[in-house]
Design a protein around this ligand. Structure first.
Ligand SMILES: Nc1ncnc2c1ncn2[C@@H]1O[C@H](COP(=O)(O)OP(=O)(O)OP(=O)(O)O)[C@@H](O)[C@H]1O
Ligand SMILES: [Mg+2]
Length: 422
């Protein structure tokens, strides 16, 4: 047996990092953009705007400053910026129902994707939910709270090389992680928030990235938890930092989404306390069922604690929704498992829709595309469409929860993409 592992561990770390740096350097050399957002067809644009395709055509023909997209063959292609401008154009022409997002005095809706089981789809779903909402005009802040940085990577940023501070102390393109906020000094709120939040190639999505240094935040919060609260001042309790962050930065956003890591960390606890809704993906297997049972008990205890100690700081969770990810409708064991969930778990705790297993989420080369980003080849079309429909259904359920929070009418499932002009 080796007496010390650390020399081999450090050696492997250095070599792997070097290899990854070479891959990134090569990519930059090729001048290939790491990620970009594709244009959307007239049909897609109409769906996102909530109007019929024919009404969109009428508006395009009318001109009057309405975005025209780019014609290619028989269809037009619109950037998301153009779709957003089209929405503003429709709303300005007194169609108040085209206005998307919170009202002047509403608060942003805060959602956490969580499960202390790993690999169940927390990052996949939180990123897709952010993109579903962004396509419909909501302004989203997505916060990666997992040191693995899966969400960060899905937005084309490398957690090791592009997040945090560079060798000369310069802020890298991915910004400074939530560390900047948790570790800020008195009077540095604005600077810390500005360092943490970066824009993405999605016009309505801003991001707080993550990397391995997030571990540092856990020790900071743990130290605060274990010390006399007065040491840090009553305004900086260890479990209210993310709620404070949302209050400070939330104004320009309609929705804030936290992606958490696969365990119960103090940062995750912070996200729970800041949240209005919890989205809990689960894989339909018996192992996942057992860990979900423990997890639900834990959430119950957090609520009891918050109700007892947080007073008016605790808004309560409007929804907690478990849903099945990677569902295969031909699998008998999965069907049995789902039946048990339906029997044992109160319907208010469940989403009616499942996210299907799809090859469309597989990695292509070094870059991973989401279902909304990826323009499928004809051969992949059916699987991609099925996965999109499943994700859209989940997105709509959550969108309706958000609308209910602001006291707005819910969207009808069948009418959601087929609104007639006023
Ligand atoms: N519906 C799906 N169909 C096919 N693959 C999926 C699906 N959902 C997630 N995956 C894949 O499963 C893997 C794990 O997903 P993801 O990273 O979202 O899980 P996670 O819960 O965030 O993991 P972690 O606990 O490590 O944070 C990824 O490779 C992802 O592409
Ligand atoms: Mg994850």
């Amino acid at each position: 047996m080796k007496t010390s592992w650390h020399p081999v561990l450090f050696d492997a770390m250095a070599k792997l990092r070097k290899r990854q740096a070479l891959i990134i350097a090569k990519r930059n050399e090729d001048r290939r953009p790491v990620k970009h957002l594709r244009a959307f067809s007239t049909k897609e644009a109409a769906t996102f705007l909530g109007i019929t395709e024919s009404y969109l055509r009428v508006k395009i023909a009318e001109g009057d400053g309405f975005p025209q997209g780019e014609k290619s063959g028989s269809t037009r292609w619109f950037t998301l910026q153009e779709i957003n401008r089209a929405r503003e154009h429709l709303a300005a022409k007194s169609h108040d129902r085209y206005r998307v997002g919170k009202g002047e005095f509403d608060r942003p809706f805060v959602i956490t994707g969580a499960n202390y089981k790993g690999g169940v789809g927390k990052s996949t779903i939180t990123v897709h939910l952010a993109q579903y909402l962004a396509l419909r005009g909501y302004r989203v802040l997505l916060v990666d709270l997992d040191a693995q940085g899966s969400t960060t990577s899905l937005f084309g940023l490398d957690p090791t090389w592009q997040v945090g501070f560079g060798e000369n102390g310069e802020l890298l393109p991915g910004g400074a992680t939530i560390n900047a906020w948790i570790d800020r000094r008195e009077g540095e709120d604005r600077q810390a928030a500005e360092q943490a939040i970066v824009e993405t190639y999605w016009p309505n999505i801003d991001l707080v990235c993550a990397n391995a240094r997030l571990q540092h935040v856990e020790s900071l919060l743990a130290a605060r938890k274990n010390s006399d609260r007065s040491t840090f001042g009553a305004d900086r309790p260890y479990d209210m930092e993310l709620k404070g962050f949302v209050e400070h930065v939330g104004k320009p956003y309609d929705v804030v989404i936290f992606d958490t890591r696969p365990d119960i960390s103090l940062l995750t606890l912070n996200a729970f306390t800041a949240s209005n809704g919890l989205l809990l993906p689960i894989l339909p297997s018996s192992v996942d069922l057992r860990s979900m049972a423990d997890f639900l008990g834990y959430l119950g205890k957090i609520e009891q604690h918050n109700q007892q100690f947080l007073g008016s700081d605790w808004e309560g969770w409007q929804f907690i929704k478990i849903f099945c990810n990677r569902y295969v409708n031909t699998s008998r064991p999965q069907a049995d498992m789902l039946e048990s969930i339906e029997k044992d778990v109160h319907k208010d705790l469940r989403l009616a829709d499942h996210m299907v297993e799809t090859s469309a989420l597989a990695t292509a080369g070094n870059i991973r595309w989401t279902l909304y980003e990826h323009a499928p080849a004809k051969s992949e079309d059916r699987s991609h469409k099925r996965a999109l429909a499943a994700m859209d259904a989940i997105g709509l359920s959550i969108e309706n929860e958000i609308l209910a929070y602001w006291g707005r009418a819910k969207k009808d499932r069948s009418a959601a993409s087929q609104l007639m002009p006023a």
